[in-house]
Design a protein around this ligand. Structure first.
Ligand SMILES: *[C@@H]1O[C@H](CO)[C@@H](O)[C@H](O)[C@H]1NC(C)=O
Ligand SMILES: *[C@@H]1O[C@H](CO)[C@@H](O)[C@H](O)[C@H]1NC(C)=O
Ligand SMILES: *[C@@H]1O[C@H](CO)[C@@H](O)[C@H](O)[C@H]1NC(C)=O
Ligand SMILES: *[C@@H]1O[C@H](CO)[C@@H](O)[C@H](O)[C@H]1NC(C)=O
Ligand SMILES: *[C@@H]1O[C@H](CO)[C@@H](O)[C@H](O)[C@H]1NC(C)=O
Ligand SMILES: *[C@@H]1O[C@H](CO)[C@@H](O)[C@H](O)[C@H]1NC(C)=O
Length: 831
């Protein structure tokens, strides 16, 4: 049974993978300038514009002191290196930015001698408005410097400032948009269990970009015009490593990495521990990189298990300097497929030395073969607290007003320079610095649990360190005998569901109360933590829209949970596949509103936010009146804080619903639930499974497919045919917008559950009543004639709005009815 699931997932991901080849990123801003060149130059299929076309971007007066005619050069040289622009005073390129966000800045340097200017002697600084990129910079060998900065206005200025009595130069320049998802806002920290936040605002300089075990991947062959260099130069002991290549195996899986994050020529090769001849091998494979002390670095590890031929074969550890950052990593548990492309980001502390070591080594787990792989590695320097990427400069905000600005365009012969390999020298530029030896104490941090997931739920379900105590809840304990009686001795014909945890039986207590009895597999240690979590959560949280726990039984090693019986089963079964009559749009909206209320209460109704972590249509149950209640709290956790003390933060949740950001960073927030709920909304609208491998490939993943239509403004094309004619266009529009916001790539851009609730209420109002005013105008915030309780929330003060919700949550508490049920139970069971 487990195998079938793996096969299915494998198949699904292969299909998804095919779908992602079709996409190619088109940068909104794409300035490529061949400085000093009289003509356009095409390199790697990209057109670098002639200097004259770019000169309007330059704010310096152009004092042209050289001519721009090209000399004959060796064919090995990049055509971009034949000309340069020389700046003898502070000069500024001002680019107008059409789409804010992260942009590459690539600076090409190729020093040569023109007239009295020996560019090997040039010394200068380069800065943007907010960041110093280079200072006291001089260059004696061909070099491309790559930076990326977040642009928050509609312009970006790049300023060249010559040092005293010197000049600046540049051969070519790129300012190009970067896809938003390339650098997410958060990453893990090497030394602390609290992740790093705020990467979005960091200026980054590429220090190394390495294709482990493979050849150079050049600009032409990279999805974002990056260069990846081979790893041999960085390896400490070449004989400890093997190079492996299997590019065709690479799977791009939803929630994992993408072609843009790294192409399959990177994921399809790896450097592997050379242990095949000796099963007792015990060593690390280590690479060393030159870094500047005093700066923090972002390390991105690219993994793709192209060496295993079965799941759960490869376990290894990953180190940054002396810190173990991942222990017993089993890549196959992340997606339950082999060769899924995946990456992990870590932010280091301020570097104490001028060397950064990265190692992989075998796991200590008994019964595993010593082995380890790494497919790619990127090291990016982060700006310091002055916003600078260099130790010397600070941003000069006093501007460039009074200085005399002079620039020169030159062309020159570079004929005899021997074959310059752009890529090979790209990141070799290193400064020798005094070694600051400071020993750091080692502390390990283990983000990934080794327990393999089976069933429909992904990843390990067992969290070490769960502190749930049953003692405070002994009042809910029900004798095993009573449970046996209630379920006709676990009559197989009374089974109403089977989940990852075990079977669910229908039952009836002595007093006639109908119950659902969930019986965990008694031999499953994995379920214990979930069992405890669920009892703990449900005995604390009482809400009309959360399924109520009536009691539990832990006699004889049993793990049995007894819930109120939900007459109408799961929301999912009413949407597709079960032959239930189709629900009306109004009914569906009411169900969504109810479920949103339950989740909103979980997120806000208690001192610490509770994150459900497994929101899906199968976990939203319907009572006899089709009122929605959120169920299955086995994976729930309180707020982000709790992860600081927990050892395991393995990714949990269900395939197709999983927040891509959580998947990558394994950092949990309420917004992960919001994402999953967004998927549920689409399920409700389209009445189809979230992953359906039988469909044409662009339709397999519901969230991706529906968002395509939503972005085109044609969501109505794909709604459940049963709803045609039933949905008012405005209600659909509001609903579609709400789902879209929930599915924002980045958590901070998603609405809170309270906002979602409010938007769904509004969609319901739009369906039920005629809203006055032009709905096109007021689709986001303003509302016209609504029911009184909605109107209360509409006062423009957002704090009043959330306060209203708090009150409404408290009103929703149904603890009274619960204790009634419970006292009946006590009476009838005579305890
Ligand atoms: C150079 O490229 C620009 C577009 O970037 C184009 O408008 C211009 O005509 C080209 N000039 C030449 C000489 O090809
Ligand atoms: C630069 O221009 C001068 C005259 O202005 C000319 O004599 C010289 O040949 C040119 N240089 C090249 C490399 O074409
Ligand atoms: C790009 O990759 C293909 C296939 O691996 C290879 O044949 C080609 O030479 C590469 N192109 C460049 C410019 O590296
Ligand atoms: C691998 O490197 C780490 C960090 O430097 C070290 O603690 C560990 O002992 C090494 N393992 C082996 C087998 O050498
Ligand atoms: C980098 O610069 C930004 C301002 O642009 C600042 O907010 C951030 O804290 C800096 N990063 C570090 C690590 O100091
Ligand atoms: C900043 O710019 C002003 C005016 O251009 C100049 O006088 C000053 O020396 C500059 N400071 C630095 C640190 O470059």
């Amino acid at each position: 049974m487990g195998c079938k699931v793996f096969e299915l997932l494998f198949w699904v991901s292969s299909v998804l993978c095919l779908a992602c080849f079709a996409r190619a990123f088109t940068p909104a801003d794409n300035y490529l300038i061949d400085c000093g060149s009289p003509t356009n130059t095409t390199v790697g299929g990209r057109l670098f514009m002639a200097d004259i076309l770019a000169s309007k971007l330059l704010s310096a007066p152009k004092n042209v002191i050289g001519n721009t005619s090209k000399a004959v050069t060796s064919s090995d040289d990049s055509p971009l290196y034949q000309t340069a622009r020389i700046f003898t005073g502070v000069s500024k390129y001002a680019f107008s930015i059409s789409q804010r966000g992260r942009h590459w800045i690539r600076l090409y340097f190729y020093p040569f001698v023109y007239a009295s200017y020996d560019m090997n002697l040039a010394k200068f600084a380069v800065s943007t408005e907010n960041h110093v990129l280079l200072s006291s910079f001089s260059v004696q060998a061909p070099l491309v410097k790559e930076f990326s900065v977040d642009v928050t206005t509609n312009s970006l200025a790049i300023t060249f400032s010559p040092s005293e009595n010197s000049f600046a130069f540049i051969n070519a320049l790129e300012v190009v948009s970067v896809p938003d998802q390339l650098i997410p806002d958060g990453a893990k920290s090497v030394k602390s269990s609290v992740g790093f936040q705020g990467l979005m605002w960091q200026a980054l300089e590429t220090v190394a970009r390495v294709n482990m075990g493979g050849p150079t991947v050049s600009v032409e062959n990279d999805t974002l015009w990056r260069t990846w260099v081979p790893d041999q130069h960085f390896l400490v002991e070449n004989n400890l490593a093997l190079s492996i290549s299997n590019t065709r195996a690479v799977n791009y899986v939803a929630g994992g990495s993408t072609q843009e994050i790294a192409p399959n020529s990177v994921y399809g090769t790896c450097t592997r521990m050379n242990s095949l001849s000796d099963p007792n091998s015990n060593f690390n494979v280590t690479w060393v990189f030159d870094v500047d002390p005093g700066f923090q670095y972002l390390l991105r590890f690219h993994f793709c298990d192209i060496v295993s031929n079965a799941l759960n074969q490869l376990y290894f550890n990953v180190f940054i300097d002396s810190s173990m950052v991942v222990q017993d990593l089993d890549l196959s548990t992340l997606f339950n497929v082999l060769a899924a492309a995946y990456y992990m980001d870590f932010v280091t502390e301020s570097a104490a030395s001028n060397k950064l070591r990265v190692s992989i080594g075998p796991s200590d787990l008994r019964g595993t073969y010593p082995d380890a792989i790494l497919n790619g590695l990127e090291i990016m320097k982060m700006n310091n607290s002055d916003g600078s990427l260099t130790g010397l400069g600070t941003v000069n905000t006093s501007g460039s007003s009074s200085k005399k600005k002079v620039s020169a365009i030159v062309g020159v012969s570079v004929g005899v320079v021997s074959g310059v390999l752009l890529a090979g020298v790209l990141f070799m530029f290193c400064r020798k610095r005094k070694r600051l030896a400071r020993h750091r104490q080692s502390k390990t941090w283990i983000p990934i649990s080794i327990n393999g997931g089976t069933s429909h739920t992904m990843g390990s379900k067992y969290s070490k360190g769960t502190t749930a105590s049953l003692n405070s809840n002994t009042g809910y304990r029900i004798p095993f005998l009573a449970v046996q009686e209630a379920t006709n001795n676990f009559d197989e014909s009374w089974v109403i569901g089977i989940g990852g945890f075990g079977k669910v039986y229908k039952g009836e207590l002595n007093d006639g109360t109908k119950v659902a009895v969930k019986r965990g597999n008694p031999w499953s240690q994995q379920g214990l933590a979930e069992f405890q979590t669920e009892i703990e959560m449900l005995s604390q949280f009482r809400h009309r829209h959360l399924v109520s726990l009536i009691g539990y039984c832990d006699e004889k090693n049993e793990m049995i949970l007894i819930y109120e019986y939900m007459e109408n089963g799961t929301l999912k079964s009413h949407l597709y596949g079960s032959g239930h009559p189709s629900l009306s749009w109004k009914q569906r909206l009411e169900i969504c509103v109810g479920a949103a209320r339950g989740l909103h209460y979980l997120h806000t109704g208690y001192a610490k936010a509770v994150i459900h972590r497994d929101v899906k249509s199968a976990n939203i149950l319907l009572d006899e009146n089709l009122m929605a209640k959120v169920a299955d709290f086995g994976l729930s956790k309180t707020g982000p804080e709790i992860d600081q003390t927990h050892v395991s933060t393995a990714v949990k949740g269900s395939f197709g619903y999983l927040d891509p950001e959580y998947f990558r960073r394994q950092q949990l927030t309420e917004k992960s639930d919001v994402y999953s709920f967004g998927v549920v909304l689409l399920e409700v609208l389209c009445a189809r499974p979230v992953i359906d491998p039988t469909l044409p490939r662009e339709m397999v993943n519901l969230a991706e497919w529906a968002m395509k239509w939503q972005k085109r403004g044609q969501l109505e094309q794909i709604i459940d045919p049963n709803l045609t004619g039933d949905i008012r266009p405005n209600s659909l529009r509001k609903f579609g917008e709400t789902a879209e916001k929930c599915l924002a790539d980045i958590g901070v851009n998603r609405p809170s559950m309270g906002d979602v609730l409010w938007n769904l209420e509004y969609a319901l109002q739009l369906q039920e009543a005629v809203v006055r005013g032009d709905p096109e105008e007021n689709s986001t915030n303003m509302i016209g004639e609504l029911s009184p309780q909605i109107k209360n929330f509409s006062e423009l003060d957002p704090t009043a709005f959330s306060a209203q919700f708090e009150v409404s949550s408290v009103d929703d508490l149904s603890g009274v009815s619960m204790s009634k049920v419970f006292s009946q139970l006590l009476k009838s069971e005579g305890r």
